[in-house]
Design a binder for this molecule. Structure first.
Ligand SMILES: Cc1ncc(COP(=O)(O)O)c(C=O)c1O
Ligand SMILES: N[C@@H](CCOP(=O)(O)O)C(=O)O
Length: 463
């Protein structure tokens, strides 16, 4: 399998090269040259298999040429052995035709662990082959950062720098998950700006080829194709559990950087019978507006009670735009340039129609999110995290004859203030994290300044 850039001007790469490269050298994102297509029989054969076996089958065609089954199997096993539920991603019924897919049983209590634990294993295997060391820089609105730290902490051939927005733009639990690990290779950087600023500086670092080569920069955000790929797996396990391929299912996905819902789109392109893929946004609703109006225009980020989705520049939207334009890298490039330089762009008519065929969308206000947490608790006993509540609110407007699966993207204990405000009580952290508030924090405040960030990283990796 080869991977091509959405901007059409970077060399095509193998899976391993694309994973270790992160952002393409032309500023684009890598996507598979073609999406493998599965028959109904192949999908039906997944029924009853352990999560790890489904992961092997889903990954296999995408990693061909980089990892054999024998190499992949133990890496997948190690990735998921620490999850706190035997099913890894269990389903829970909320209402007659509405299910929650619990994606928060990994070590850092958010769906990011599914991909990050696996990418940690895959990257270590690749580094063992090459004998190289790498510098990972990640941008986070709260969850990617801790998942990345958990996957790479203590490794002697990897330095991890995580840029997160300063102040209350991440929850205290999220911040402490990033600032309390004591390993020398972990660097938590609190940036004076929002997530979009963190992600923009990360992309600037990738686009500075001299810097990128000097520190051997690697990325673990969902700009990295391997992240998206790992997330395709749970669309298959959950849909098959509800009767696919013999009956279709729909998904509602709390969305920020568009990586998770893009993974659902890949599953659908592979042949999984997904009826509707619903993009659920909080008040930072650029994706909902884009799908409704055909115009993508940035507005400032407004902090919300679902902070991990406080994003206006959704990286992975570029991947679907590339498909919507018939894989025309020049047009995709021009639209991304307009977003960066002019604050927005109008999607062409044909491309917009393609997007509307693929995705529905909705938004939840702050009050609606809070009310959904309270109402769901009262009706079902289930405590939702605010991101999941955004999804449930939007999903409820899209319920019909086809079963709806809403992705429960984080554990409510990561957002105790929002949950307490809605329900009156604070969800406890799992016992292994009970002393999180007592652990000493280690964090460096950094300005939103590329040169200063690069100097800091250089001083640490060459130390
Ligand atoms: C808890 C939670 N829910 C939803 C999202 C949105 O996912 P994505 O960025 O893949 O759209 C994120 C972060 O991205 C998150 O951390
Ligand atoms: N919500 C994310 C933002 C980064 O998304 P990613 O999937 O591109 O890593 C976070 O929690 O950091």
């Amino acid at each position: 399998m080869r991977y091509v850039s959405t901007r059409g001007r970077a060399p095509s790469l193998s899976f391993e090269e694309a994973m270790m490269t992160g952002l393409a050298r032309d500023g684009g994102l890598y996507v598979p040259e073609e999406i493998p297509s599965w028959s109904a029989e192949e999908i039906a054969a997944l029924a009853g298999l352990p999560y790890e076996e489904v992961a092997l089958r889903v990954l296999r065609p995408f990693v061909a040429g980089s990892f054999t089954d024998d190499q992949l199997r133990p890496l997948i096993a190690r990735a998921y052995e620490g999850f706190g539920h035997p099913a890894r991603a269990p389903l829970r019924q909320l209402a007659p035709n509405h299910f929650l897919l619990e994606l928060f049983h990994g070590p850092t209590l958010a769906f990011k662990d599914f991909a990050m634990q696996l990418i940690g294993q895959l990257m270590q295997a690749a580094l063992a082959r090459s004998g190289e060391r790498i510098t990972i820089v990640g941008a986070t609105s709260g969850d990617t950062g801790s998942a990345a730290i958990e996957a790479f902490r203590g490794l002697s051939n990897v330095d991890v720098f995580i840029l997160f927005p300063s102040g209350p733009r991440v929850s205290e639990v999220q911040r402490r998950q990033m600032t309390t690990p004591g390993e020398d290779n972990v660097h938590a950087l609190s940036l004076d700006g929002d997530f979009d600023a963190c992600q923009a500086r990360l992309k600037d670092m990738f686009n500075d080829h001299a810097f990128r080569d000097r520190v051997r920069l690697a990325g673990v955000n969902s700009i990295n194709w391997a992240r998206v790929l790992a997330q395709v797996v749970y669309y298959f396990t959950s849909a098959v559990a509800l009767g696919a391929p013999h009956r279709p299912v729909s998904f509602t996905v709390p969305t920020g950087n568009f990586g998770d819902v893009f993974a659902g789109y890949v599953a659908k392109r592979m042949g999984l019978p997904i009826d509707r893929l619903v993009v659920a946004t909080n008040q930072n609703d650029i994706l909902h507006r884009t799908l409704q109006t055909g115009e993508q225009r940035k507005a400032g980020v407004t902090p919300s009670i679902s902070p991990s989705m406080d994003i206006q520049v959704s990286s992975n939207f570029e991947r679907v735009l590339f498909d919507a334009y018939g894989r025309d890298g020049d047009v995709t490039s021009a639209q991304m340039r307009a977003l960066a330089e002019e604050g927005g762009f109008a999607v062409g008519q044909g491309a917009w129609e393609y997007l509307r065929e693929q995705f529905d969308s909705g938004r939840a206000s702050e009050d609606e999110t809070s009310a959904t947490i309270a109402r769901t608790r009262a009706a079902t006993g289930e405590t939702l995290c605010p991101h999941t509540a955004v999804g449930v609110h939007v999903a409820e407007a899209h319920l019909g004859a086809v079963p709806m699966i809403t992705l429960a993207t984080a554990h409510p204990a990561k957002f105790p203030d929002a949950v307490e405000a809605a329900t009156g009580d604070r969800p406890p952290l799992p016992s292994r994290m009970a002393d999180l508030y007592d652990r000493p924090e280690r964090v460096t405040d950094v300005p939103d300044d590329l040169a200063a960030l690069q100097d800091l990283i250089l001083s640490k990796v060459s130390a």
